[in-house]
Design a protein around this ligand. Structure first.
Ligand code: UD1
Length: 430
């Protein structure tokens, strides 16, 4: 079984190149189905989730050609099925984007119910409500969400909660509906804006993405385009916290600093130095970390996907910190693992009360989900001694070459397959 072996204690130092945003790439890939013309995508992350989606798209007739690791050419002129029910697709959340894209173009889509990380109840009622507002009938049968319409027509959708997925999905379907769709209380995340920009580059007419009211005037058809996915702010934020926790000095390159403002603000609050340049951010951690409070919120608030990473930092910060999770109710599962490394954290419902400790100690731990998995790796990098992290398949869903990028910053981390590999790692790292 693959696991990471980690010898903690090295400060991370150097530059790291950030890849394309997984959560923008996934809906962008799905949206390429909406034109018969060829689409060229750059800055595509090579991670498990995007590869599963690409393979499902190929299986319904989309031509997919990787021209290099991060460039892909797609043509959906010969889609031969509106039904997507592949087994691996059940494991990723973003499978639901195929619904909006295929429904928008073909007025009929059937897609397996989405999976994704087990971080709490992940409803899709707002997606369904949005499709219905566009005139589709939607049902869930035999594990598939089925959506159908004679014709999609513009509608008025008020989202009961701020949902990235529902906003993007309804925006996609509305792009090829007749007339005007207004999405109120829409999500404002950078990836929502990126998908809108992508669709507009294909000839869509979307205004207001990045605000809480999006207006989509339907168009007859979309055309081919060339597009580069935005940088991954969560990957960048993870390396920024890794610098903080290991007392390092890391520059994340190829980022949009504006997208990282909430992360930067918290790093400054806990005592790091943060320097923003045009497309990079340097984080230096030379003083003892200090406590703070944080509440996860929709963008531009502090992202729920960075909650485990900041908790790992606060558990090593002087004083008592409080972390409140407001987006997903089951996102503290990693705390038990962190406790095994010496953290002192009490979880009450959706709040974690953290008493900072001086150090972590290495332990055998498991990644419970994608972001918590990366946060536990960061904790192990700061710990005294050796750790192993199991279930790294979760981390590989969203981080490309995570251990290699960490190695390039001076981390002692290796992917090991067997006990023998692990013993070799221990001998080598002392
Ligand atoms: C996306 C991201 C995920 C991130 C999350 C919030 C992808 C593939 N995943 O997930 O990494 O943590 O945004 O930034 O992009 N909700 C409903 N009904 C719905 C939809 C959502 O009640 O129909 C609720 C959810 O249960 C959750 C909240 O709304 O409490 C936010 O969910 P949403 O923004 O939709 O998250 P995802 O799109 O699933």
């Amino acid at each position: 079984m693959e696991q990471y072996a980690i010898k903690g204690g090295n400060p991370l130092v150097g530059d790291v190149e950030i890849g394309g945003a997984k959560n923008a790439a996934l809906p962008i890939l799905a949206a390429t189905i909406m034109t018969d013309e060829t689409v060229y995508i750059e800055n595509m992350p090579d991670v498990w989730d995007t590869n599963v989606l690409l393979s499902a798209m190929q299986n319904i007739g989309v031509m997919v050609k990787r021209t290099d690791r991060h460039k892909v050419t797609l043509n959906a002129g010969n889609v031969n099925s509106m039904i997507v029910e592949e087994e691996p697709l059940k494991k990723i959340r973003a499978s639901y984007y195929l619904l909006g894209a295929i429904l928008g173009k073909y007025k009929h889509a059937e897609v397996v119910l989405p999976g994704g990380c087990d971080i709490g109840f992940r409803a899709i009622d707002q997606h369904i409500k949005g499709f219905r507002a566009l005139g589709a009938t939607v049902s869930i049968e035999h594990g598939l969400i089925k959506a159908k319409a004679e014709k999609l027509r513009g509608g008025h959708v008020y989202m009961d909660c701020v949902s990235v997925g529902a906003t993007i999905n309804v925006m996609m379907a509305a792009t090829l509906a007749d007339g005007l769709t207004i999405i109120e209380n829409s999500a404002k995340e950078p990836h929502v804006v990126d998908v809108a920009n992508f669709l507009n580059s294909m000839g869509a007419n979307i205004k207001g993405a990045g605000t809480d009211v999006i207006r989509v005037r339907g168009v007859q058809k979309l055309h081919g385009t060339e597009y580069a996915v935005i940088p991954d702010q969560i990957e960048a934020g993870t390396f920024m916290f890794a610098a903080a926790v290991t007392k390092g000095d890391v520059t994340v390159k190829n980022v949009i600093p504006k997208h990282l403002e909430s992360v930067t603000a918290k790093l400054l609050e806990i005592g790091c130095e943060v320097e923003e340049l045009d497309d990079c951010i340097r984080v230096v951690s030379s003083k003892p970390l200090i406590h703070t409070h944080v509440k996860t919120l929709p963008y531009p608030g502090f992202p729920t996907d960075m909650q485990p990473q900041i908790t790992v930092a606060l558990a090593l910060s002087k004083g008592t910190s409080i972390v409140t999770e407001t987006i997903f109710e089951n996102r503290f599962k990693y705390v038990d693992e962190l406790t095994r490394m010496g953290a002192s954290i009490k979880v009450e419902g959706t709040t974690a009360i953290i008493d900072g400790v001086e150090r972590y100690t290495g332990a055998s731990i498991s990644a419970p989900d994608l972001r918590a998995g990366s946060a536990l790796v960061v904790a192990a990098l700061a710990a005294e001694g050796t750790s192993t992290v199991d279930d790294i398949k979760y981390i590989q869903r969203g981080y490309e070459d995570f251990h290699l990028k960490l190695q390039s910053l001076g981390a002692q981390i290796e992917l090991v397959q067997t006990e023998k590999d692990f013993q070799k790692f221990k001998l080598k790292t002392g």
